[in-house]
Ligand binder design. Structure first.
Ligand SMILES: Cc1cc2nc3c(=O)[nH]c(=O)nc-3n(C[C@H](O)[C@H](O)[C@H](O)COP(=O)(O)OP(=O)(O)OC[C@H]3O[C@@H](n4cnc5c(N)ncnc54)[C@H](O)[C@@H]3O)c2cc1C
Length: 452
């Protein structure tokens, strides 16, 4: 039995290793057009900032490690065609130009995503940079170290853009953040949280150009000099362009079912409309248990989990069902930590969900502790079923791990009424006897004993 895995980054790497561990007899071959595997994109900003000294630490596996596990790894090999009827993929060796067919019993597609690059005039100018892989990371770091580059503009206030803004600013660059939305990271957080983060960004010298649409990049001698928006012109020496991603699925049209945005459709076993083809990671749409909808959740954590599911089901015959995903994520900017899970109130409204919410703030630890800080917490639940569908948290102390519990709660159908009964321990070093999560839940039930 042979499984071919196309794409060997987070999803593909996990899938190949899981297959080999669960069935050492299985023949596993993986193709990737790139030269490296398992690159942690989150490390780009940390490298720019100076936290990461050696970028080799941003890889947790290598073709050599996989080969030692009995996996046939073909780097620099591009997948260029699929004949699903004959269970055959067409591959091009990018070094030699040789094109050949390879036959599979099962195929796992892990081709991931690529940054969206709209046809904005001047977007091809030197110095307008996308941010996805190690090649981009090296360019970005080189520009960061270049002293002649003083003004950096980041277009796109998603988590990639926001993390890079902080990194460049901490390295001493003059940074402007542009986004068409009027607040940062609107897909993950409600305004109560993004305003806390934005304040810290402004306090740290970031120029916020929110609610502005980029119309053009102007340049001199082929190099970017200005970003033109619908509200004005911003002088710049370097631009990061990060406004979203799209799944890499062009070759699949007419072969397996895709959604309207090009993501591969799959069932709870990560199996596509062709029962011998599975899809994992950024290229596939997933069941979002918080919203009861299907859509992409582009996170390395999700990529890894879908890789495990697909491989386990190939090895063991569809025995591992996805519990549904929640999009749990976290971020730290200027020492301020935030995390969220499930759907925001704004997102729920957009989707026509009827939800209720509790936004709650308290000190995280007893006031007698020297380490006490304020914490902001929000819990969101379905109005009818009272099932929790989202949560957000922010503090200078790290409470982001509370979102692990909230993700589990959402996956297991926890209701807002059950939240105060979750068995949360107490220790003054960490929290109050009435933990802020418990108290938020009690307040919803009219039982906040500290409030008149
Ligand atoms: C800057 C940045 C920061 C991030 N930070 C975080 C974070 O902190 N936490 C988090 O959870 N996620 C983070 N992410 C998201 C995370 O990196 C992605 O969700 C993850 O990489 C998806 O993994 P994947 O394996 O599905 O796809 P990809 O990483 O996109 O990998 C796809 C692979 O397929 C290969 N491929 C594509 N087409 C072909 C073809 N035709 N032939 C051969 N090979 C092909 C590509 O070369 C690539 O190696 C970040 C992403 C970026 C860019």
């Amino acid at each position: 039995m042979k499984t071919i895995v196309i794409g060997t980054n987070h999803a593909g790497t996990t899938a190949t290793r899981t297959l080999k561990r669960l069935n050492p007899e299985m023949e596993v071959t993986t193709y990737d057009k790139g030269e490296n595997i398992s690159f942690l994109g989150c490390g780009i900003a940390l490298w720019v900032k100076g936290e990461v000294k050696d970028p080799q630490g941003l890889f947790y596996a290598s073709p050599k490690v996989l080969a030692e596990e009995g996996i046939t790894v073909k780097m620099g090999h591009e997948w260029i065609g699929l004949d699903a009827a004959n269970k055959t993929v067409k591959i091009k060796n990018l070094a030699t130009g040789e094109i050949f067919d390879d036959k599979y019993d099962n195929l796992i597609l892990a081709t991931g995503s690529w940054p969206i690059i709209p046809p904005i005039p001047g977007i091809d100018l030197n110095g307008v940079q996308i941010c996805k892989n190690y090649t981009h990371a090296k360019i970005i770091q080189e520009k960061n170290l270049d002293k002649s580059i003083k003004k950096v503009t980041v277009v796109g206030a998603g988590y990639i853009g926001v993390e890079l803004v902080e990194a460049f600013a901490e390295f001493g660059k003059e940074v402007t953040l542009i986004d068409v939305a009027d607040r940062i990271m609107p897909a993950y957080y409600d305004e109560e949280f993004t305003s806390l983060m934005e304040k810290r960004m402004v306090d740290n010298g970031i120029t916020m150009a929110l609610g502005q649409m980029v119309k053009e990049f102007k340049g001199k001698d082929g190099k970017v000099t200005h970003v033109v928006t619908d509200k004005g012109e911003i002088a710049t020496d370097f631009v990061i362009f990060s406004v979203g991603i799209k799944p890499q699925t062009e070759l699949l049209k007419g072969q397996v079912e895709l959604n309207e945005r090009g993501a591969i459709k799959a069932n709870d076993y990560m199996q596509t409309s062709d029962k011998n083809i599975y899809a994992v990671g950024d290229c596939v749409e997933l069941y979002n248990i918080a919203t009861n909808t299907h859509g992409p959740i582009a996170l390395a954590t999700t990529a890894v989990r879908t890789g495990i599911i697909a491989a386990a089901n190939i090895a063991n015959g569809n025995s591992l069902k996805s519990p549904g995903f929640t999009g749990a994520n976290g971020i730290q900017i200027f020492d301020f930590k935030m995390a969220s899970v499930g759907v925001s109130v704004e997102g729920a409204k957009r989707m026509g969900m009827e939800v209720e919410e509790k936004f709650f703030t308290d000190n995280d630890r007893p006031e007698f502790m020297s380490t006490t800080k304020q914490v902001w917490f929000k819990v969101i639940w379905d109005k009818k079923t009272r099932r929790i569908v989202g949560a957000q948290i922010a503090s200078e102390n790290n409470h982001t791990e509370v979102m692990y519990m909230m993700a589990l709660g959402i996956q297991k159908g926890l209701t807002i009424d059950e939240l105060p009964l979750v068995d949360i321990f107490f220790l003054p070093h960490f929290n109050k006897p009435y933990n802020f999560v418990t108290l938020a839940g009690l307040e919803v039930l009219g039982l906040n004993y500290f409030k008149k």
